[in-house]
Structures are given as C-alpha cells and as structure tokens.
Write a protein that binds this ligand. Structure first.
Ligand code: SF4
Length: 145
C-alpha cells in the first residue's frame, strides 16, 4: 500500500498527512497511542518496500495498522482483511481483520458470528481460520483468504 498511500507531511507527535495516489484524497492520520513502539520499530517491514508506511508486524507475525483509529476511509472498506466474506450473491458480508477481528456488514452474519464464537475458543490460529471458513461455508457464504 505504500504505492497507494504516501506520507506527504510529518507533523510531529506521530501525526502525518497521507496522500492517496489513486483517489487524490488527503488525510491526516495519527499513530494509535498504544502502538508507538510498534510503529517505531521498522524491522518487521524489512523486505517489504511496497508495504503501507503504517503497517507493522508484531513478534508473533501478526499484522497491525498502527493508525487504525484514524486510518483513511478506503482502508475502512477494503484494506488489511485476512478473510473476506461474501454472501451467496457475491456481496461483501464481512471481514476478518488482523488475526481474529471479525466485522460483519449485516445483522444475519452478526448473529452467525455470535453462534460461532463459543466454538472457537481454545483453537490456535490455523484451527480458528479453518473452523470459521467451515462454519461460514456451511451457512452459504464464500470466504476468500
Ligand atoms: S489499514 Fe492501515 S496499514 Fe492498512 S493500508 Fe490502511 S493505513 Fe495502511
């Protein structure tokens, strides 16, 4: 996403102006207060020259948006999902962000998620993904990784 989001101004105090190369949108973002250390450590981006300047990975390899609370609007809709959930008509119904953040776009999927949750506790990350995909697929959704 570095090819999309470019930092055009450093305002200090972890605040930046970001330009969207494609849409022309300009947005001020600020590193989340609990992610300063993560943002300051650029080691996890070694070998990823095209990564968004605000993306970081923690020591367990989990991806984080360090400006999550002020991220650009386009990110709220499209970026950084690990699992994309579509309904039977192909319409986006929800997403899984980062490792296990589940966002539903409609009440039906929200209810399904509430049913699913108790069955996911205690699973490791791989088991969790497989269980979520299995559950959603059985309910008629399509899940893209
Ligand atoms: S969600 Fe965050 S890390 Fe991902 S592209 Fe947007 S600003 Fe960058």
């Amino acid at each position: 996403m570095n090819l999309v989001h470019v930092i055009t101004e450093v305002r200090g105090d972890y605040t930046f102006v970001v330009y969207n190369y494609y849409s022309g949108d300009v947005k001020e973002v600020r590193v989340d207060a609990d992610k300063y250390a993560l943002y300051d450590d650029r080691n996890s981006l070694a070998g990823l020259p095209d990564a968004c300047p605000f993306l970081r990975f923690d020591t367990e390899g989990k991806a984080w948006c360090t400006v999550h609370f002020t991220r650009p609007d386009i990110c709220r809709d499209y970026c950084c999902w690990r699992l994309l959930i579509r309904d039977a008509q192909g319409k986006r119904a929800g997403r899984v962000l980062y490792q296990r953040t589940f966002l539903s776009d409609n009440d039906e999927l929200g209810r399904l998620w509430d049913e699913m949750k108790p069955q996911l506790s205690g699973l490791n990350d791989e088991e969790w993904d497989m269980a979520v995909i299995r559950f959603l697929t059985a309910a008629g959704y399509h899940v893209r990784e």
